[in-house]
Ligand binder design. Structure first.
Ligand SMILES: [Fe+2]
Length: 349
């Protein structure tokens, strides 16, 4: 299974995963063979990419949360955020319900390594981002052995971390170009706005509100809005900072294509320990893997192989099938490209 950008799709390709509408309904089911008309529709609806490959094999891949829960969560975040934007108050109860479902599923799948990046439509960016940050944060919370109450507080803070962006004017929020320094100053205020919205919401813990306030603070004091340093930043906010940084990089935006999960992981490593907390980055790396089993990869030696298993940074087993000159090996060799191995993956094919 691989991610193929919509502009590179060809009729005859098989969808490995279903494509969902904004309302969470299935538009095209997994296993569907693409036709030109389907591809044109995907393009018109603004999908940046889809999963292509064997749908049966894809269904066997473990997931941290089911696609239906993810879609329900996106729909709920959209509904809640829209009501706040229209001047209403944030109703915590429906958010709590969906967050409970996410936490329950992530706890049950505690040994699952997230192998893939989420694909979402441009107009779903904010909502899909909030849900993804929530899932990734809860995975880290589970790995850090947080108790149930802490996990749920972390999850609520994570799913609502960017609620303050609703108060940012669209011409700044959706500007398809670099912000001016004045616009950037306003953009930074989404942290304070979020804190205010969440503090005014009944039934929400102050810790969740502080996630919104502190998720752009950085360990070296270089973050915003208050320039807090390491010990002054709440652990929940440090976790959400890692999830937010990763997901923002791997997502397609209107003005740029997302980087691959592998590239995003390299950037995350380069930001730690000055900006991101080392312990939390290590936990994150133990839970995500940029290459799903079954995907074809090229190594930096020029060899080509198939990913067999992956356990975060600790172990990435590849069956090498072609040598550096592109000749098939008589007997494929199996190598572990763990964190300290000499060979590395250059790219996914
Ligand atoms: Fe933010």
């Amino acid at each position: 299974m691989k991610i193929v950008r919509v502009e590179n799709l060809e009729s005859g390709m098989q969808l490995a995963r279903a494509v969902y509408s904004t309302e969470g309904k299935i538009l095209l089911n997994a296993g569907v063979i693409l036709k030109d008309s389907y591809i044109a529709r995907l393009r018109a609806l603004g999908f940046p990419a889809v999963y292509i490959g064997d749908a049966e094999k894809a269904a066997a891949l473990p997931e941290a949360v089911s696609e239906s829960t993810r879609q329900r969560a996106i729909a709920q975040v959209r509904e809640s955020f829209t009501s706040v934007k229209l001047g209403g108050t944030l109703s915590i109860e429906p958010i709590s319900e969906i967050v409970d479902a996410i936490v329950d599923e992530v706890v049950l799948s505690r040994d699952v390594i997230i192998p893939l990046t989420d694909i979402r439509r441009h107009d779903d960016y904010t909502f899909g981002h909030c849900v993804n940050v929530c899932v990734l944060s809860v995975m880290m919370g589970v790995a850090l052995e947080f108790d149930d109450l802490k996990l749920r507080e972390l999850a609520i803070g994570a799913i609502l971390h960017d609620v303050g962006k609703l108060k940012i004017p669209d011409q700044i929020l959706l500007k398809p170009a670099r912000l001016t320094s004045k616009e950037w100053d306003e953009m930074k205020q989404h942290t304070r706005y979020g804190f205010d919205v969440l503090r005014a919401s009944e039934g929400l813990s102050t810790r969740a509100a502080h996630v919104a306030y502190q998720h752009h603070e950085r360990v070296n004091g270089g973050g915003y809005p208050r320039g807090l340093e390491d010990d002054g930043i709440h652990p929940f906010a440090k976790i959400v900072a890692v999830a937010d940084t990763y997901d923002a990089m791997t997502s397609d935006r209107i003005y740029r294509k997302g980087v691959t999960p592998f590239e995003a992981l390299q950037v995350i490593r380069s930001l730690e320990p000055r900006q991101l907390d080392t312990t939390i980055v290590d936990v994150f790396f133990s839970r995500v893997a940029p290459y799903p089993p079954g995907c074809k990869v090229k190594l930096d030696t020029g060899e080509i192989g198939i990913v067999v298993t992956t356990r975060g940074e600790a172990s990435l087993v590849v069956q090498v099938e072609y040598d550096a000159l592109g000749c098939p090996l008589r007997k494929p060799t199996v190598v572990d490209l763990g964190r300290y191995a000499a060979r590395r993956i250059a790219r996914m094919l």
